[in-house]
Design a protein around this ligand. Structure first.
Ligand SMILES: [Cu+2]
Length: 152
């Protein structure tokens, strides 16, 4: 009795990784008083950190964004955190825009507490006036947890 073994060898063609050039074209329109015109603006992340008792911070604590940018606050450590703004430390006309952009507010210009790990909170600066926005974290204001967002 004779056994013939036939081995079928599957030849896997190497997948050529062509360096496909993706051309992302972005047309930037100058902020010319056309609120809510920018769709799909950039997202900038700000981490909320701390050890729960002696230190707490926004990281970065200062940032500059273009109008239409969404700032995403992420509860990383040491929560609960929130983000709030002083009404006298934002540009004229910004309060209405911010209040409309801040979901589930606890109060005027004051976002909800983020209690879950990696919970995030987005604030869109679409239509927001240019200028400086000074914000803070209510539970950690005494620890100096503040941030400065410049919209320009
Ligand atoms: Cu905080």
């Amino acid at each position: 009795m004779r056994l013939t073994w036939i081995s079928a060898v599957a030849v896997l063609g190497a997948v050529a990784c062509g360096g496909g050039e993706k051309q992302a074209q972005q047309t930037e329109t100058p902020a010319a008083g056309a609120p809510a015109a920018a769709a799909g603006g950039a997202v900038v992340e700000v981490k909320m950190t701390g050890d729960g008792s002696t230190k707490a911070a926004f990281e970065p604590a200062t940032l500059t964004v273009a109008p239409g940018t969404t700032v995403r606050f992420v509860n990383v450590t040491g929560g609960p955190h929130n983000v709030a703004f002083w009404g006298d430390s934002i540009p004229t006309g910004a309060a209405a825009v911010l209040n409309a952009a801040m979901a589930n507010r606890m109060d005027n210009l004051s976002g909800p507490f983020l209690t879950q790990p990696n919970e995030s909170y987005d604030i869109s600066f679409t239509g927001a006036p240019t200028g400086k926005y000074t914000g803070f974290c209510l539970p950690h204001l005494a620890l100096g947890m503040k941030l400065m967002i410049t919209v320009q």
